[in-house]
Write a protein that binds this ligand. Sequence first.
Ligand code: SF4
Length: 300
Amino acid sequence: MKLLWLQGLACGGNTQSFLCAENPSVSEVLEGFEILFAPSITWDRYEEEVVFHVLKEEVELDVFILEGAVGDTRRICRRDFEDVVRELAHRARYVIALGNCAVFGNIPARYSREVKGLQFRFEKRGGFLGEGFTSRAGYPVINLSGCPAHPSWLSYVLLKILNGKRLELDDLGRPKELYAHLTHHGCTRNEYFEWKVEAEELGRKEGCLFYYFGCRGPMTHSSCNRILWNGVNSKTRAGMPCVGCTEYDFPRENMFKTEHAMGVPEELPLGVSKRGYILISGIAKTFAPERLKKRLIDEG
Ligand code: SF4
């Protein structure tokens, strides 16, 4: 299977993330592919030369990965980068948008109306390729949101494609298997959340980061706390709030702060009503076990 990976308006973070893939490793995942070009992975060829041959010789393209947003970018093979992306997307059997910029436009789109994700611009469907776009294999753009996307998410999709398995996508074009859960699921701070015990400062082992530190875990779709990063940790486990980087409204202002109205967080966990929240959280706070209010390890 032939795979081509290009970067639009990107910082390269998704490439760096994928290079950290383990179980399976990058080489194990890519074993079944012929990599025409991939930044930092192919070292013996020039991007422009490869793209020129793909376009000129009409090479059958199986997988086209775009990292970064589209629009207002560079020229490649004496053509606008956007034209080349459009042609490659229509030629590929599968098109993957890798990272929040490629999916939603994200940070670059905040600075120009011309900048878009491949099939979305923030929450609005359409994006660069249009709402009705499907690749030759019959899929819309397969979206792997995240800033960056977890390396295992790309590995999962590539191995599914390689083995001819069907991918089930959610309303935002993301594989359900990877994005059905919330970041909140699997967080080691769940008991603190339930009893409304807030962390006193960032980086501590104790407390939940939802009530004051802006944690988006209860409204962000990702498997970060189920599969962890580098197999060992996650933001929230380490004491930093989830910043919601897999969703279309990332990044937001004041990401480390929970905005309140009349003492209630302005945004509540997905599906929780304001009335239900007030009722439950009041009781929870009143009856929170004393042990949750103490340091886990007495550091003297
Ligand atoms: S820190 Fe965030 S993810 Fe963890 S329990 Fe609290 S709200 Fe959920």
